[in-house]
Design a protein around this ligand. Structure first.
Ligand SMILES: *[C@@H]1O[C@H](CO)[C@@H](O)[C@H](O)[C@H]1NC(C)=O
Length: 505
C-alpha cells in the first residue's frame, strides 16, 4: 500500500519540478507590459519544432534561474502561436534572441547559446553602458578600443545625460561609451559642453559632435565618424557596410602594397564623397569571387565597382580601362549624377519552359513576375542550397496542380536562380518564396510557413487575387503526399553566403 503512494508522490514532485520554470512564457497580451515593467529582459522567439531551440532550452532555463536573483528576466515566445507578435519584432529565423530595455531599446543577443555565456552576457548588459570618466582614467579610456565615444556635459544637464545614455544603451555592443562633467577635461579637449568626441586610432584621430543632443543625430554621428575614410571590406565589416544605407565603392587589389597605393591615390575622392559613398579596399586574393557578385570579372585586378546597397544594384567600372584618379573621379561623378546604368546579370531567357515550374531570369523578371494579371509565386533559390533541393519535388507538384486546374492562366508558379540573376528583391536566405499578387505587385508577401504543398496552396489562396486553390481532386493528391511523410520542419533558410567566397565576408 505504501510503496505505490510514495511512488505517486515522487512522480508528482518530479512533475512539479519539471514545470516550475524561471523562463516566463509571453503572449501578445502580456509581452508589452512585461517588457515595460522590467529593466532588462532577454526574449527568445522560438518554434517548438526547431532543433536549435530544443538544444537551447535547458541552457536557457539554467541561465534564467541564475539570473533571477539579479532581477534579469528571461522570457520566451512561441512564434507558432504568436505569429503577429513575432512578425512585429522582425523575427526571421529560430531561435531569435533579443535584449529589451523597455520596448524602444532592443538589441540582438550576440553571445553563445550556453547557460554560462548567457548569464555573463546579461550581467554585462545590465551594468551601466556609460563609464563615468575623470582626469585619472580618461586617457586610458580613450585607448580602450579602436573607436571610443566620450560625452562632455554639465553635471546638472540631465537631458544631455539621458539622451547620451539612451544611445549608449543601444550601441553598447559596438563602442565603449564614457562621459565626464569635468569642465577642465572638456576645455583640454577644446570643446564646450555639451559636446561629444569620438576618438579613433585611424584617419584624423578624432571627430567632434557639437549639435544639439538628439539620439538619432548622435547615432548617425557615431556611425559616420567611426567608419574609416577608406576602410577594408572583410568578414567583420561587410555587414556594417551593407547596412550603412549608402553605396559602397570597392577597390579590389591583390597585394597590401597595391591596396595602400590605390587608397592613397583615391583618398581625395573618398573625402569629397564622405557620407555619400563609403570607400573600402578589398583583398582580391582572398575575396576575388566577390567581384563576380558585382558583375566584375574575377581574374582581372585591380578593379573598382560601386554597389548601391539599398537597391542592391551593381555598377562595375570597365575592367578594360585603367584605374587612375581621373578615370575614377569621372566614374564616381557620373554615378552620383545618375549617369551610370546598373549592370544586370542574367541567364538567357529560356526558349521553352521545360518543367511545370516557370523558369524566370533577370531579363524576364518584369514580364513574368510583375505581370499584373496573374498571381505569381516565385522561389529564389541557389543551386547549392539543400533546403531548395528538398523543396523541388513539392514545388514541382504544386506547379503541376495549378497547371492542371481552372487557375492555369491566373496563377504562375515560378523560380529564379538568384546566384545567376540579379533580382530587385533583397534575399536574406535560400529559399525565399514570395507571392506577387495580381493588382498588388508593389506589395509582395513573403512566405514563412512550412514548405508543404498544402500550406503553399493555402498561402496562395489567402493572399492571391484569385483566391486560387486547385479543386478537390488536386487536394486529394496533396493529402496523399502529406501522408507520405513530408517533413514540416522547413522554416529555416540557408544564408545566401554559403558557397562562394562571398560567405567569408
Ligand atoms: C549621468 O547620470 C547618472 C545617473 O544619474 C550619474 O550617475 C552620472 O554621474 C551622470 N554622468 C555624468 C557625466 O555626470
Amino acid at each position: 500500500m505504501h510503496a505505490p503512494t510514495k511512488f505517486a508522490l515522487g512522480l508528482l514532485a518530479a512533475a512539479a519540478v519539471a514545470t516550475a520554470s524561471d523562463v516566463i512564457q509571453l503572449k501578445k497580451d502580456t509581452f508589452d507590459d512585461f517588457v515595460k515593467t522590467n529593466d532588462i529582459v532577454l526574449a527568445e522567439f522560438f518554434a517548438p519544432w526547431c532543433g536549435h531551440c530544443k538544444a537551447l532550452a535547458p541552457e536557457y532555463e539554467e541561465a534564467a534561474t541564475t539570473l533571477k536573483e539579479k532581477n534579469i528576466k528571461l522570457a520566451k515566445i512561441d512564434c507558432t502561436e504568436e505569429s503577429e507578435l513575432c512578425q512585429q519584432h522582425g523575427v526571421e529565423g529560430y531561435p531569435t534572441l533579443k535584449v529589451f530595455r523597455g520596448l524602444d531599446t532592443v538589441s540582438p543577443y550576440k553571445g553563445q547559446r550556453k547557460a554560462g555565456a548567457i548569464t555573463s552576457y546579461m550581467i554585462k548588459q545590465s551594468l551601466p553602458s556609460v563609464s563615468v570618466l575623470t582626469k585619472d582614467n580618461i586617457e586610458e579610456f580613450k585607448k580602450a578600443d579602436k573607436v571610443v565615444i566620450v560625452a562632455y556635459f554639465d553635471a546638472t544637464d540631465k537631458a544631455a545625460n539621458e539622451t547620451f545614455s539612451k544611445v549608449a544603451d543601444k550601441l553598447r555592443d559596438e563602442y565603449p561609451f564614457g562621459a565626464s562633467s569635468d569642465v577642465a577635461l572638456a576645455e583640454a579637449e577644446g570643446v564646450t559642453a555639451p559636446a561629444i568626441v569620438l576618438y579613433k586610432d585611424f584617419d584624423e584621430g578624432k571627430a567632434v559632435f557639437t549639435e544639439k543632443f538628439d539620439a538619432e543625430a548622435i547615432e548617425k554621428f557615431a556611425k559616420t565618424a567611426s567608419t574609416p575614410l577608406i576602410g577594408e571590406v572583410g568578414p567583420d565589416t561587410y555587414a556594417g557596410y551593407m547596412s550603412a544605407g549608402i553605396p559602397l565603392a570597392y577597390i579590389f587589389a591583390e597585394t597590401p602594397e597595391e591596396r595602400k597605393e590605390l587608397s592613397e591615390a583615391l583618398k581625395p575622392i573618398a573625402e569629397s564623397q564622405r557620407g555619400v559613398i563609403n570607400f573600402a579596399t578589398i583583398d582580391a586574393k582572398a575575396f576575388g569571387a566577390h567581384a563576380g557578385n558585382l558583375n566584375l570579372k574575377t581574374d582581372k585586378f585591380p578593379a573598382f565597382a560601386i554597389q548601391e546597397t539599398t537597391k542592391n544594384q551593381k555598377f562595375p567600372f570597365d575592367q578594360e580601362k585603367e584605374i587612375t584618379v581621373e578615370s575614377i573621379q569621372k566614374f564616381v561623378d557620373d554615378f552620383v549624377g545618375g549617369k551610370v546604368e546598373p549592370s544586370i546579370k542574367s541567364e538567357p531567357i529560356p526558349e521553352t519552359q521545360e518543367g511545370p515550374v516557370t523558369v524566370v531570369v533577370a531579363k524576364s523578371y518584369n514580364d513574368i513576375v510583375l505581370d499584373d494579371t496573374k498571381d505569381v509565386l516565385i522561389e529564389f533559390y541557389a543551386p547549392w542550397c539543400g533546403h531548395c533541393k528538398a523543396l523541388a519535388p513539392k514545388y514541382d507538384e504544386l506547379a503541376t496542380l495549378y497547371a492542371n486546374s481552372e487557375f492555369k492562366d491566373k496563377v504562375v508558379i515560378a523560380k529564379v536562380d538568384a546566384t545567376l540573376n540579379d533580382v530587385p528583391d533583397e534575399i536574406q536566405g535560400f529559399p525565399t518564396i514570395k507571392l506577387y499578387a495580381a493588382g498588388a505587385k508593389d506589395k509582395p508577401v513573403e512566405y514563412s510557413g512550412s514548405r508543404t504543398v498544402e500550406d503553399l496552396i493555402k498561402f496562395i489562396s489567402e493572399n492571391g487575387k484569385y483566391k486560387a486553390a486547385p479543386s478537390d481532386e488536386a487536394e486529394e493528391s496533396v493529402a496523399a503526399s502529406a501522408e507520405s511523410g513530408s517533413s514540416t520542419e522547413t522554416g529555416t533558410v540557408e544564408e545566401p553566403a554559403k558557397e562562394t567566397s562571398h560567405d567569408e565576408l
